[in-house]
Design a protein around this ligand. Sequence first.
Ligand SMILES: C[S@@+](CC[C@H](N)C(=O)[O-])C[C@H]1O[C@@H](n2cnc3c(N)ncnc32)[C@H](O)[C@@H]1O
Length: 285
Amino acid sequence: MRAMHTEDNRALGSVTMREQDYLKHKQYRDASNLNARAQLHARFSANRWGWHRWVFDQLRLHPGCRILEVGCGPGMLWRENLDRMPDGCEAILTDLSTGMLEEARASLGPTATRFRMAAADAQHLPFPDEHVDVVVANHMLYHVPDLEKALAEFRRVLRPAGRFYAATNGRNHMRELHAWLAQFGARLPLGASLIERSFGLGTGKRLLAPWFSEVRLERYEGHLDVREVEPLMAYILSTTAKADLVGEKLEHCTGFFEQILREQGAIRISKDTGLLTAVRGEESA
Ligand SMILES: C[S@@+](CC[C@H](N)C(=O)[O-])C[C@H]1O[C@@H](n2cnc3c(N)ncnc32)[C@H](O)[C@@H]1O
């Protein structure tokens, strides 16, 4: 009965994205799924100023600051910006998945000693009050079962006037891909209404307002011009849509994208992504 319930949720692609067991032991057991998706963006984004470089541009880090990243994944933000870390900064990288932390440690190589790493659920952070100057929660809040609990934790561990940053997507992110896959009965997680119901670019400001002040949204411009089908299929198959695309369906879907590529020279896909920035006020929540 329980298994059926889980499968139903998976088919809906809704509860699944907040099922901690599924996230920890399947989707993010290691970085392979996330890497497949990041690769598509890295290779085919029209905006050549890479996402992690752009995110880092928005962070107001000062020498000697202490940063906490929650849901850090394989540490891409830091790997891409090691050359730009202000002197004396300490970064604490945390994730629900120990597999992700292992990959972060491996990918940061010898520089990993500049980072502390800890397995932690964003809803229960193992740090004292007012411990850090900056909290970063990128593309992870839509996975958290109790958003308010996590936001209360972020506020608690931030020093007064500390800064909070949370990247997420909006309702138009990859919208053509969602529509094309629907023709094959396949569904990507985090469709338009789902992303906004959990924590999206359209709802993020309202959701952060009770906890933080000076909430702003910065958008990352650009779209994808995908020029190879294989990495696009790897992106799709790294998600719950894999369960929908079995047998002939997978072949037909691959053929469909090959045809668009032949006819149009590139598969154009919208991106709708950005960063919410906020400040922890002096007053209590
Ligand atoms: C989409 S990935 C983003 C990784 C990284 N922040 C980035 O932007 O590249 C989401 C990450 O959040 C982690 N995660 C999911 N739920 C979490 C929770 N409740 N607490 C901490 N981390 C969580 C996952 O294990 C995964 O590594």
